[in-house]
Design a protein around this ligand. Structure first.
Ligand code: TXA
Ligand code: MG
Length: 318
């Protein structure tokens, strides 16, 4: 198992030696390594058992750090970074050359940048002379971790240190924005709502997930799977079809009075639901149920990103 602590100097020293450290961000925990060190980056892929066609996000303290690595920054990207960084937003920009190794970006000519909004992550990033490549700190295909314990349970044997920043305040991964001729498009729904982005950019295209030829491999349906099969639908109807003692119930706000239920937000708040989502999906793994029954949230704000994760979890045969 890995050591869990709050020692930034220790984290910085390990990262400088090319080792991996799990780091807190406001979205989910990341599995970080020196983005400019190909051996460190290779360790990330192998620790997560992640296929090399799935590129990593590069974490930086602010937009000015991206300027060393990209050709030009679209006007709308600058504006979004000004307004929403640090925060749950990843910007995919045209990559300059190979200062950032091709392994980080899976050979693409673009690179995803994010400036995370967590005090420990920010202290660490400003202390280091290099950016951090960091995917979510979970085995490939599984739900992302939102506490140091989640990381330790699944990757504790593959890393030596987990920087403890408590429970993630947003709870789902960043929104990923790419650019087509300077115009933003949503490649992955996430912790920054489309409405907040559109208030700045005007109407934007959202790529819904697909199984073939993903633009962002985060669009693969098989992502975000909990350990048990998940069925989506109207809970009242689903509950008629499954024996009560075998099901776990994941509701948005309704109380079904079941021992094996989790209510994402009793007050019907999508931000609270996002904070609870991945913890609750993990909780079902430890319950004596064989299937999770879940319902979609109203398709607005973070509800949209939560629905995206639920649909992908439901698409997995396990
Ligand atoms: O909130 C987050 O984004 C977290 C924290 C740790 O920052 N990170 C995260 O990383 O969710 P990961 O690796 O689990 O998901 C990142 C997604 C991947 O699916 C990847 O395909 C996409 O970002 N991505 C990265 N670089 C890309 C690029 N150049 N073009 C398109 N998609 C890219
Ligand atoms: Mg991930």
């Amino acid at each position: 198992m890995a050591e869990i602590g709050t020692d930034i100097k220790k984290a910085a020293a390990l990262l400088t030696q090319g080792e991996l450290v799990a780091i807190p961000t406001e979205t989910v925990y990341g599995l970080a390594g020196n983005a400019l060190n190909i051996d460190a980056v290779a360790k990330i892929f192998s620790a997560k058992n992640r296929p090399q066609f799935d590129p990593l996000i590069v974490h930086i303290p602010s937009l000015s750090f991206a300027k060393n690595y990209v050709h030009e920054i679209p006007k709308k990207a600058e504006r979004l970074a000004q307004l929403f960084w640090p925060g749950p937003l990843t910007l995919v920009l045209d990559k300059k050359d190979d200062i950032i190794p091709a392994l980080v970006t899976s050979g693409l000519n673009t690179v995803g940048f994010r400036s995370p909004d967590h005090p420990l992550a920010r202290k660490l990033l400003t202390a280091l002379p290099f950016p951090l490549a960091a995917p979510s700190a979970n085995p490939f295909g599984y739900v992302s971790p939102t506490t140091p314990e989640h990381v330790n349970e699944q990757l504790g044997n593959n890393i030596s240190y987990i920087l403890d920043g408590g429970t993630c305040s947003i709870g789902i991964e960043s929104t990923i924005i790419g650019f087509e001729e300077g115009e933003p498009v949503v490649l992955r729904l996430g912790g920054l709502s489309v409405e907040r982005i559109e208030a700045v950019t005007g109407k934007i295209k959202v790529f819904e997930h697909s199984t073939s030829n993903p633009v962002a491999p985060g669009q693969l349906k098989s992502h975000y799977a909990p350990g048990k099969p998940l069925k989506l639908g109207k809970l009242e109807e689903l509950l008629q079809h499954y024996p009560a003692h075998e099901v776990g119930i994941l509701s948005f706000s309704h109380d079904y009075n079941s021992k094996y239920q989790r209510i994402l937000s009793p007050g019907g708040n999508p931000e609270e639901a996002a904070r609870n989502l991945f913890q609750f999906l993990r909780d079902f793994d430890k319950m004596p149920v064989s299937i999770i029954l879940a319902e979609l949230l109203p398709d607005a704000g973070l509800g949209r990103a939560i629905n995206d994760r639920l649909k992908r979890a439901a698409a997995v045969d396990n």
